[in-house]
Design a protein around this ligand. Structure first.
Ligand SMILES: [Zn+2]
Length: 176
C-alpha cells in the first residue's frame, strides 16, 4: 500500500484487527520514509455494482461516497460511528447481493432514507427533504452524485452545517 503522504511504496502494517463486527479488517500502517501513519480497511466485495444516475450516466458503486453522503446527513448528530458503519455495510451488501448488475441512484437514495429512519430522525429529515425537493429540479443528482458520481460533494464549510439542505443549496447558488 502506497503512503498517502509521500508516495513511498514500502509502508508497514503495525496493527491489524477485526472491525465492523468482523466484516472488515482494520490495519494501522506506518511509512518508514516519512513516519506518516494511516489506516486501511480490507472488506469483502461480493461483486461490482454499477450505479445508473438520473442523467443515464453509469459509474461504479463507491462505498466511500455512500459513506460521505450519509455523513453529511448525520453531521453534528451524536450517532455511534459503529452503527453508521453497519448501515453503510448493510446497504453495500444489499446492493452487491441483489443479483442486479445495475442499480439506480434513486434506489440507493431510498435505501439510505430507510436506514437513516432507524438511526436518527434529524438525519432522516435532512436527507428526505433534500431527496424530495431535489427530485424535480435534477439537483437530486447533485446530492446523490456523492453516491457514485464525479460531481462535488455538498459544501463542507462548518457554518452551513446546521442549516437545512435547501437553505444550504440556496446559499451555494448565491455564490458568484
Ligand atoms: Zn510516507
Amino acid at each position: 500500500m502506497r503512503c498517502p503522504y509521500c508516495g513511498g511504496s514500502d509502508t508497514q502494517v503495525k496493527d491489524s484487527r477485526p472491525s465492523e463486527d468482523g466484516a472488515a479488517i482494520r490495519r494501522r500502517r506506518v511509512c518508514p520514509d516519512c513516519a506518516g501513519r494511516f489506516t486501511t480497511f480490507e472488506r469483502v466485495q461480493l461483486r461490482e455494482v454499477t450505479v445508473v444516475k438520473r442523467s443515464g450516466k453509469r459509474v461504479p458503486f463507491d462505498r466511500d461516497k455512500l459513506q460521505r453522503s450519509i455523513d453529511v446527513a448525520l453531521r453534528k448528530r451524536a450517532v455511534d460511528p459503529e452503527r453508521v458503519e453497519r448501515l453503510v455495510s448493510g446497504i453495500t451488501r444489499q446492493l452487491e447481493s441483489s443479483g442486479e448488475a445495475e442499480v439506480t441512484s434513486e434506489a440507493i437514495g431510498e435505501l439510505v432514507m430507510e436506514g437513516l429512519k432507524g438511526l436518527d430522525d434529524v438525519a432522516y429529515v435532512r436527507f428526505a427533504s433534500v431527496y424530495k425537493n431535489f427530485r424535480e429540479a435534477k439537483d437530486f443528482e447533485e446530492l446523490l452524485g456523492t453516491l457514485g458520481g464525479t460531481l462535488a460533494a455538498p459544501a463542507e464549510d462548518e457554518a452551513s452545517a446546521d442549516v437545512a439542505p435547501t437553505s444550504r443549496r440556496r446559499a451555494r447558488q448565491a455564490k458568484p
